[in-house]
Design a protein around this ligand. Structure first.
Ligand code: NAI
Length: 330
């Protein structure tokens, strides 16, 4: 039996994580969920959206799955996600972007993976005001962080029979910070027997829209990874689909790419596919390959069948009905 920390989050988080738990349990895998609350609802009591019991639970169980958590824009506490990633040294953000037959989108046969550095860059949170005149955010890029994320990307590509790795940067302008990323990427690449190239981030955005099938594994600093992940989600049917994993040497936290979608919260209409796909990644991380495959096959069948899809995918099913459809196929 595994004990997994479950953070329902806020907004649509509780609805989609509830669906995910039902789907995982339908596979028969034996997981005890240790539920811990974080986000908006605990701020008043603990004066932080991420009380220490959350970190303690993840450190104890080593594996967690979480729903999205709202981050107030331009004020308030530091993002829970950024805090978790930094505190637990979850240096990899792995986001597979794959087309499903049956989901309407402009492209078919997309199968690429974004490997996003998860601990530094402009997300290091080093900011200060310059009086009333301005503000300054530091883009921190270090050699060890570049090395370990690029090593992860190349190793992932080799282990998963991927054909090519692309490093994404803006070293033509940020010659020192992104220059360090690019040089380190090239050093790491030279040790592996796999095709590789590199691309400036703005060109990457255009090429991904024109010819997404040309890309396989893409590795990049934090901010570019954040932006290109949402772009790629749009290529395969939207944010309701795309899963993610935050992985470090000791701990892993699985979560969808999407946020808390407050506009559609508590209506039972959110698409739980992204967190369900995140649970597939979690099951593989735990070594539960059969259970992972069962869920993956069921999702494929549901989309092929095309009935009972959620509103974001052009259907009319509620979260609950869509979940029941997946469980039927499991
Ligand atoms: P969002 O991802 O919550 O929503 C963007 C759009 O996608 C909205 O139209 C929303 O309705 C739709 N959408 C997202 N997930 C969906 C789903 N599962 N099913 C159907 N439609 C879905 O992004 P937004 O609006 O920028 O952020 C809202 C809040 O979430 C913010 O406070 C943000 O900081 C937070 N956030 C949290 C994340 C996390 O906890 N990992 C990640 C991204 C944002």
């Amino acid at each position: 039996m595994y004990t997994v920390t479950l953070i329902p989050g806020d907004g649509i988080g509780p609805e989609v994580t509830k669906s995910m738990v039902k789907v995982v349990e339908a596979t028969g895998v034996n997981i005890k969920w240790e539920e811990v609350k974080a986000g908006q609802e605990v701020i008043e009591e603990y004066n932080t959206p991420i009380p220490t019991y959350v970190i303690d639970s993840i450190k104890k169980n080593k594996v967690a799955i979480k729903g999205p958590i709202t981050t107030p824009i331009g004020k308030g506490f530091k993002s829970v996600n950024v805090t978790l990633r930094q505190n637990l040294d979850l240096y990899v953000n792995l986001r597979p972007i794959k087309s499903f037959k049956g989901i309407k989108s402009r492209y078919e046969n997309i199968d690429l993976v974004i490997v996003r550095e998860n601990t530094e860059d402009l997300y290091a949170g080093i900011e200060h005001k310059i009086g009333d005149y301005g503000a300054e955010s530091i883009k921190l890029i270090t050699k060890p962080a570049c090395e370990r994320i690029c090593e992860f990307a190349f190793k992932y590509a080799m282990d998963n029979n991927r054909k090519k790795v692309t490093g994404v940067h803006k070293a033509n302008i940020m010659k020192l910070s992104d220059g360090l990323f690019l040089n380190t990427y090239r050093e790491v690449a030279s040790k592996y027997n796999i095709e590789y190239d590199d691309l400036i981030v703005d060109a990457a955005a255009m090429n991904l829209v024109l010819n997404p099938q040309n890309y396989d594994v893409m590795v990049m600093p934090n901010l570019y990874g954040d932006i290109l992940s949402d772009l790629c989600a749009g290529l395969v049917g939207g944010l309701g689909i795309i899963p993610g994993a935050n992985i470090g040497k000791e701990y892993a936290v699985f979560e969808a790419v999407h946020g808390s979608a407050p506009q559609i919260a508590n209506q039972n209409i959110a698409n739980p596919t992204a967190i369900i796909q995140s649970s597939v990644m979690m099951l593989r991380y735990l070594g539960e390959y059969d259970a992972a495959k069962k869920i993956e096959n069921a999702l494929e069948q549901v989309f092929l069948n095309g009935k009972n899809l959620t509103i974001d995918l052009g259907g009319r099913a509620l979260t609950k009905e869509f979940t029941e459809e997946i469980i039927k196929y499991i």
